[in-house]
Design a protein around this ligand. Structure first.
Ligand SMILES: *Cc1c(COP(=O)(O)O)cnc(C)c1O
Length: 394
């Protein structure tokens, strides 16, 4: 049937996506805005700080070059991939071949969604953590494959407990997603976690996709490791990177994936059929960002660190129990009292005009938590703390 109840009928893959849970919140937000209430929005995982100037200047120059006005190559400029190689070697001490082990992406989200189309058949199983960035699941659902959810629990530092995965399921699973530093929990890997992942993947013949979007956002001396630092990791996996969070470039749409040659070629094959690459001038700007590397990220991190300290300490003074995250710009906070994450978000919005993200939006195990994004300036964070004074959390 093409039409049902007078409307075009969606493909099943769209109906299999989880329902949108926040309509009521959107409605409240709209009403408050109508009344002229200034909402402090702590729900947005999108840096408020502008892209560094040298990156912008490089785009301006590169955009004048007619060579860049034509279709880019599918794998991305060799000069961009070469810069990724250097950055990886310098940052992680991992060697990569720009010819086959690196692929430019139109933002990492694009690659994250598309790799499932290249790897999964209908009915195949993919292991997906939850709470998580929703795109892992969307890609798997669009491939008509089956997500098998692994709950991330606080008492395990929000790391998946690989030993507890049913071996029956593990032997049938084709793909597994991990993401550290983690959105939304702010968790980081511990000790030998990546070694365990590689061992597990080899034992059960599972492909590992690691999302390392927050590699450069970390504090207090912590530096996020790469999965590919583990011996043998390149045999079983790939790692997705983004310039979005590292260099405040979410609007530019540039990221990359590195690692196993065959897997990268499979993703490349999907992409050659659906997109035509990243505007070369943007890739040149990306080269500039990677080249300047820590010179840029140090400043960016410092801004977030100050915000983190200010807000965590402020919340603690108000009686909230909050962990100080060592990476990402998120606070993942257990909700005081007995409210659900949507109820509590609604309450914060109505009582304080503060918007946060209900944890349940990232998966059922996110229930009982909210996510706060430190993507507003210190002044607004102070104002948020003032507003929070009037609600009791004990
Ligand atoms: C922001 C984000 C991304 C995607 O970033 P792009 O802008 O598409 O490169 C990927 N993974 C996680 C966990 C994110 O938070």
């Amino acid at each position: 049937m093409k039409v049902q109840d007078g409307a075009f009928k969606k493909a099943e893959r769209l109906t299999k996506l989880p329902p949108y849970l926040f309509a009521q919140l959107d409605e409240t937000k709209r009403k408050l805005k109508e009344k002229g209430k200034e909402i402090i929005d702590l729900s947005i995982g999108d840096p408020d700080i502008p892209t560094p100037e040298p990156v912008i200047y490089r785009l301006i120059e590169a955009s004048k070059n007619p060579v860049n006005h034509r279709y880019p190559s599918y794998e991305g400029l060799l000069s961009f991939r070469e810069e990724v190689r250097k950055w990886y070697l310098n940052r992680f001490d991992v060697s990569l071949d720009p010819d086959g082990e690196i692929l430019t992406l139109i933002g990492s989200k694009e690659g994250i969604a598309h790799i499932s189309l290249g790897l999964l058949n209908p009915g195949d199983i993919a292991l997906i953590p939850e709470p998580a960035y929703p795109v892992y699941q969307a890609g798997v659902i669009f491939a008509n494959a089956r997500p098998y959810y692994i709950s991330l629990k606080e008492d395990r530092g929000f790391l998946p407990s690989l030993e507890e995965i049913d071996p029956e399921v593990a032997s049938r699973a084709k793909l597994m997603w991990i993401n550290y530093p983690n959105n939304p929990t702010g968790a980081i890997v511990k000790d030998d976690f990546f070694q365990k992942v590689v061992r597990f993947a080899k034992k059960f013949n599972i492909i590992v996709c690691h999302d390392l979007a927050y590699s450069e956002i970390s504090y207090d001396g912590y530096k996020a490791p790469s999965l590919l630092q583990v011996e043998g990791a390149k045999e079983i996996g790939v790692e997705f990177h983004s310039l979005s969070k590292s260099f405040n470039m979410t609007g530019w749409r540039i990221g990359f994936v590195v690692g196993n040659r065959e897997l990268i070629n499979i993703l490349r094959q999907v992409k050659t059929n659906v997109d035509s690459g990243v505007f070369q001038a943007v890739q040149e700007a990306g080269i500039e960002a990677l080249k300047l590397g820590e010179k840029l990220t140090e400043k960016i991190k410092n801004i977030y660190r100050k915000r983190r300290d200010l807000f965590v300490e402020g919340l603690r003074k108000l009686g909230w129990k909050v962990n100080m995250p060592l990476a990402t710009f998120y606070l993942w906070i257990r909700i005081p009292g007995g409210k659900s994450s949507i109820e509590f978000t609604q309450y914060l919005l109505e009582e304080c005009g503060i918007m946060v993200t209900p944890g349940v939006g990232f998966g059922p195990s996110g229930e009982g938590y909210i996510r706060i994004a430190l993507t507003v300036n210190e002044e607004k964070l102070k104002e948020a703390l003032n507003r929070l004074e009037k609600i009791r959390v004990k």
